[in-house]
Design a binder for this molecule. Sequence first.
Ligand code: ZN
Length: 638
Amino acid sequence: MEIRFADIELLRYKVPAFETLSLRDKLYTYHLAQASLYGRDILWDQNGKYNLQIRYLLENILQYSTVSHDSVQWQAFMTYLRQVWFANGIHHHYSTDKFQPSFTRQWLTEAWEAVPADRRDARLTEKDVARLTDIITNPDIMPKRVCQKGDDLLKGSACNYYDESITQKEAEEYYAAQKSTAANPDRPVMYGMNSRLERDKDGKLRENTYCMDGLYGSKIHLIVNELETARTYAQTQLQKKNIDLLLEFYRTGSLEKFDEYTISWVGETEGSIDFVNGFTEVYGDPLGLKASWEGYVNILDREATQRTEIISNNAQWFEDNSPVDERFKRKDCRGVTARVVQAAMLGGDLYPSSAIGINLPNSNWIRAVHGSKSVTIGNLTEAYSKAARESGFREEFIPDKDIRHIINMYGDKCDDLHTDLHECLGHGSGQILPGVDADALGVYASTIEEARADLFGLYYIADARMYELGLTPTPDAWKANYYTYMMNGIMTQLVRINPGCDIEEAHMRNRALIGNWCLHNGNAMQLVKENGKTVLRISDYDALRKQVAQLLAEIQRIKSTGDAAAARDIVETYGVRIDPGLHAEMLQRYKTLDLAPYKGFINPVYTLVRDNDGNITDVAVDYTETYDEQMLRYGRDY
Ligand code: ZN
């Protein structure tokens, strides 16, 4: 753990793949990484009208105020500033509720007044500071960034994608009109994606577009400069072409150009370095139109990707040998090769909190016609599991030293392998009988589908073939995966659910279904009390695998025949309800570990290394910059 505050913990990720790159590839990565950082302020501004000014104020106080650092108020100030940095604004990154600082309004004013006159940030006037102080300390102003309920979602939302005077109805009508006059209605562009909707002096609505001569043109200029330099080091002709199209989009703001870029980007799979840079996800807009800016760069993890290739090359063998009824097996099985990558830089809306898997583009018609690219970010998952290993979680919930040992040795590798089997084979396996409605299972469909993919993975991870193919480190390593999977499904995942509630989310239901079904339909495992604590004991792993096979066959039958009654029955019996006593115990034991519910990442620092004549000879990576240092540097340099 690097640093912990409020409900946040910062982790550090390493990029070993970077060290294996040629100098040219390192420079390609370096300039793409720079381009990922220059859009930071765009995101801060999108998240709220006053976010940037508030950051200037807080950083000014941090660096120059002579107020005592040895006080409860100062500690509260540091926590607040670190929260604001983390959320790229004054609202929580996940709940979107405004942060409530524990320092007083009066203290903040004093702290600002204690910044020497010649050190004050010139971008802020006295009037600004008074208003910002109000916004920071009055909980009634801008209470939520993204409001999901109410008469007017825009009125209730503090995000900055629309002028304050614009109503939800006006905005919806504006975009409905754009859509109705679309040149190609089957292939709609992402209307409104890269603009702020404003009102001109005649009261008419108009879009202020993010582009080189438009909104945030100065930042986009810097992004474009880095992309232009990166282009000179591109690995393939298609990468060059893609950068040209993206540059054209940044110059013009044209959404047709963006689609052209996206289609070309989906087709580029030859290079080992890839990136995303632009207006991407729409969760920050209550109307789901405006996309927040994000940037990231990734490097292909060849070894891990080889693993998914082995799996997909053997797809038909896995299908033919699975324990499901012959009628439900697919005759033309082709696995999917998942690309495993290492993040080299996270920026914009992917920093510091990041996704661990990314599937783009978001345009529905482009996905349907041209496909999508999906990656698993291996070095981020690795940082998460390292944190989990050090959290005391395993010591608390797995008292048996022997099983804990194999989990510590092989658990991560096997979990990755299980995910690969789930994604590359599980979802693609099996077939629905002719005449069966694909939507027959209704609300239970996604739980059944996820259970099917997970069971396929569980069944095969224990197969001797896995070891023969070199995918598991020892013939017994799969037991680590069985133990953690079952423990999570039956017990520990309950910590994410509030007391008195049922399990609702499909993946969680599927894990509970598998765990509880196996627990109650055989003797392979038991829940026992040890020293007053509930513990899962697996006494017969081979018998447990037989149960997995039996359940896989049944779940596949339900899916293939569209047996809605059986789907409802099995999900409701094993996957929804929670034993209140077990639930309370899990919550209580989890609480004693005092773990942070949200995590994010500190980026590495890349520096150009030059010889005496000024020629670049290498790009150095450093992992020692602290969170506070990094945030201040980004504020200054980007
Ligand atoms: Zn899935």
